[in-house]
Design a protein around this ligand. Structure first.
Ligand code: KG4
Ligand code: ZN
Length: 355
């Protein structure tokens, strides 16, 4: 089954074609981050408008790259995107991110995805964005087998989840305040490092002096698997207010912040592995692209005989491939939306069920 996947939940327009027999055929991403950088964060209305501008051209490019001309034979004779390619082949289903995310941005992907599926006479399915992230490591050669422990770390979520099967997720811990990616973004902003904050903090930290600042590892001194990152952000703010913010101090604060945030995640992963007895750990979501986190968790895995899986950095951050893949699993199981489409700005991952 060949599935076209559309991701528009935030500030990245992602499109991909996944084939259940041949794997990923094509994927492309258009990042709006430069546009939002001017405002220091994502401006929802601008994000929606830009998805409208970019989504169909990107679909056209991805279909051409996958050498696919969508078959119109089975559906109403409409061709909403014009001649999309020349080679034979077809798309069997469309998957779009239905939530959680920015309502307007989600609606662009949902309405275009639903419309393409209608025009092509094929089924459409709405995908949970975090399930997409969670299953992204399945696109890699070293795909994890079920069950496993998953650490989901993005701009909106910090979750530790027991994953028994697709759709069978049990929450072990989550952030009680800011998501870890959000803490990276806010700290970068207060240091004047721009948006998105994660890569900016990591780059500044590379020039930081170890030991000049030390920030707390929140909630690691008590039992449990929940996280809290707002205090860490405040510690960085206090340090920034008490010192002249020259390049050296910015690097030093970024270094201490990154160390504390990553340490906290690693400590909780170690604890969750111990509690659950899992021998496989999956890391996914934008913060999963952080090289310090990847290195530290690899080290943890090496020391405890746990196989650590993560997607390539481009599939840690938002992308269409993970949506095409997650959608293909549900479409193959016969799940599909009706003719109406909707978006869910808030949607709990634990509410999903096995297709
Ligand atoms: O998964 P994602 O692309 O979008 C959401 O679903 O939120 O995650 C974006 C988040 C942002 O907070 C960004 O700053 C963070 O992931 N991020 C990173 C890195 N790359 C992206 N955080 C730390 N280190 C990175 N290298
Ligand atoms: Zn995401």
């Amino acid at each position: 089954m060949r599935v076209l996947g559309l991701e528009t939940s935030c500030d990245d327009t992602g499109v991909a074609v996944f084939d259940s027999e041949h794997g990923l055929l094509a994927h492309k991403l258009y990042s709006q981050s430069q546009m939002h950088a001017e405002y220091g964060g994502v401006v929802p209305e601008l994000a929606s408008r830009d998805h409208i501008r970019k989504l169909l051209p990107l679909v056209r490019e991805v279909l051409a790259e996958a050498a696919i001309a969508p078959s119109l034979a089975r559906g109403p004779r409409l061709d909403p995107i014009g001649d999309a390619g020349t080679a034979s082949g077809e798309i069997d289903g469309v998957a779009y991110t239905m939530g959680p995310g920015l309502a307007g941005a989600l609606l662009v992907g949902a309405s275009i995805g639903r419309s393409l599926a209608y025009a092509w006479g094929i089924p459409a399915v709405g995908v949970h964005h975090m399930e997409g992230h969670l299953l992204a490591p399945m696109l890699e050669p070293d795909a994890p087998a079920f069950p496993f422990l998953a650490l989901l770390v993005s701009g909106g979520h910090t979750l530790l989840t027991d994953v028994r099967a697709v759709g069978d997720y049990r929450l072990l811990g989550e952030s009680v305040d800011d998501a870890v990616g959000e803490a990276f973004d806010k700290t970068a902003k207060l240091l004047g490092l721009g948006y998105p904050g994660g890569p900016a903090i990591a780059a500044a930290a590379a020039h930081g002096t170890p030991g000049r600042f030390r920030f707390p590892r929140p909630m690691t001194d008590r039992p449990g698997l929940d996280f809290s990152f707002s205090g860490l952000k405040t510690a960085a703010l206090t340090a920034a207010q008490q010192h002249m913010l020259d390049a050296r101090t910015i690097g030093d604060i970024a270094f201490a912040f990154q160390e504390a945030a990553i340490d906290t995640l690693v400590i909780k992963c170690a604890r969750a592995l111990e509690q659950t007895g899992h021998t496989r750990l999956v890391i996914a979501g934008g913060v999963g692209a952080n090289s310090l986190l990847r290195a530290r968790l690899r080290e943890l895995g090496g020391n405890s005989n746990v196989h650590v899986h993560y997607p390539r950095p481009a599939f840690c951050t938002d992308n269409g491939a993970m949506i095409a893949y997650a959608g293909s699993l549900r479409l193959r199981a016969g799940v599909e939306e009706g003719m109406a489409f909707s978006a869910r700005a808030r949607w709990n991952l634990m509410d999903l069920t096995t297709p």
